[in-house]
Design a protein around this ligand. Structure first.
Ligand code: PLP
Length: 451
């Protein structure tokens, strides 16, 4: 019985999968907030390189991974697929539990899978400097490293609550040469406006995106890079699911259900899209469960509507599940999941009933995380621990019904920088936040009117 299913470097997939080619319905257009018309490539050119803009709207089923990018991927890819024998035994379940471990990357999460190609395509276009936002710090670390590899300056606006909770993530970005500012900051108009209204603002991904976009849009030498949500980001992450498919071939097994956490939806999209292709095109029956925090429940409690991607309403409008761009989520420890919106691709699959969504509270999440660490050894990040909660629940259902299913989840990062959160949990200080219904209703009422 294998514990770790490995691929060789030679077996690493050399193409990303673009699910837009196989969607039952095309994605709704992205809308310019000023004109109310669909945006074109020229609208995005101040922020992104043309190669990325082309990928964003591409209908090609497969896109070749540039060789320079493959070479960097090989620092940690192919990543291992594990069978969680020890967790299964502790749960006394007939279910088979598998996890794909993306914490083996130098930055400790799946994020470098897209940071590296984004830095590469910017370098190809002669860009000198890139700005971005980061929540828990994983994306900032990934981009800082990728920019270093391609000799590009990197400026990171880090959500203030994480900047304070996770000082070592900031140091890590600085080791790779990035500049880091706590967001909201005094460095942009968007940041100054927020601070004027709320000097104690904990920040949010939406606010930090506003700052990073403003910085890039107002400087000729600078582009902007987003770590989740957009189509090209999810496509870069499909290397995860493509590797999983090859690993399951070696096992002669196939997942009945694939679980993952969703913040903006990139790790989960990257994991499931190749499996969704197999379901839509090849008759596989896999179920998909996306897990979100009860304190920031974009799919389970949000609206499927056009909204801005950022708080200051600078970005184009995308149709997605959203809690409203002015919603500032409670200070939960899963910084990577504190985002008001959801990737349009994940949103559409959820709307069409291909993906089911569930919301879970953070105390039950940490309970699952500790059970996982005690059995499998790896200390999971709080974000994928949302998936672990649901995986354990599903495995216990299998125990009740006596039916053994194969359950796969994406362990998309380790929790070595999240020990404050573990300490709070172990000492009984961790709180569950009630779903902030009134705040969400207020923010939903402010959604832009489109069409
Ligand atoms: C960024 C991050 C997330 C949330 O982003 P997605 O785009 O939903 O993947 C989840 N887990 C980890 C470890 C992250 O770094």
């Amino acid at each position: 019985m294998d514990t770790k299913i490995l691929l060789t470097e030679k077996e690493m997939p050399t193409r990303w999968y673009n699910i837009q080619a196989d969607l039952p319905n095309p994605l709704p257009a992205v809308i310019h907030p000023g004109t109310g018309q669909p945006i074109g490539p020229q609208d995005l050119a101040p922020l992104f390189p043309m190669a990325i803009i082309a990928q964003e709207v591409s209908q090609e089923r497969y896109v070749d991974i540039p060789e320079e990018v493959q070479e960097v991927y090989k620092l940690w890819r192919p990543s291992p697929l594990y069978r969680a024998h020890r967790l299964e035994k502790a749960l006394d379940t007939p279910a088979k539990i598998y996890y794909k471990y993306e914490g083996v990357s130098p930055a400790g999460s799946h994020k470098p899978n897209t940071a590296v190609p984004q830095a590469y395509y910017n370098k190809q276009e002669g860009v000198k400097r890139i700005t971005t936002e980061t929540g828990a710090g994983q994306w900032g670390c990934a981009l800082a490293m990728a920019c270093r590899f391609f000799d590009i300056e990197c400026k990171v606006y880090m959500v203030k609550v994480s900047y304070e909770q996770k000082p070592y993530r900031r140091s890590m970005m600085e080791v790779w040469g990035a500049q880091v500012a706590a967001s909201p900051s005094q460095e942009t108009q968007a940041g100054r406006n927020i601070l004027e209204q709320d000097p104690d603002s904990p920040g949010s991904l939406g606010i930090a995106i506003s700052e990073a976009v403003e910085d890039a849009a107002t400087r000729e030498d600078t582009h902007y890079s987003l770590g989740s949500v957009l189509n090209h980001v999810l496509m870069h992450q499909t290397i995860i699911g493509e590797e999983c498919l090859l690993q399951f071939e070696k096992l002669d097994d196939y997942p009945d259900v694939v679980v993952g956490c969703v913040g903006g939806g990139s790790s989960y999209g990257g994991m499931i899209f190749p499996f969704v292709r197999e379901r839509l095109a090849n008759g596989k029956k896999t179920e998909f469960i996306a897990v979100e925090p009860a304190a920031c429940p974009s799919i389970t409690a949000g609206s499927y509507a056009y909204d801005f991607g950022d708080t200051a309403a600078l970005t184009p409008l995308m149709k997605m599940y959203t809690l409203g761009h002015s919603f500032v989520p409670p200070r939960i420890h899963s910084g990577g999941l504190r985002y008001h919106g959801m990737a349009p691709l994940i949103s559409q699959l959820a709307d069409e009933g291909i993906i089911e969504a569930r919301a879970v509270h953070q105390r039950s999440v940490f309970e699952a995380a500790v059970q996982f660490a005690k059995t499998e050894g790896i200390l999971p990040a709080p974000e994928p621990s949302h998936a672990i909660r649901v995986v354990i629940d599903e495995a216990l259902k299998c125990k009740e019904s006596g039916k053994g299913r194969s359950i796969l989840f994406n362990l998309c990062g380790h929790g070595h920088f999240d020990l404050t959160a573990y300490e709070d949990y172990l000492s009984g200080r961790l709180e569950d936040y009630a779903y902030p219904r009134e705040e969400v209703e207020r923010a939903i009422a402010e959604l832009p009117k489109v069409g």
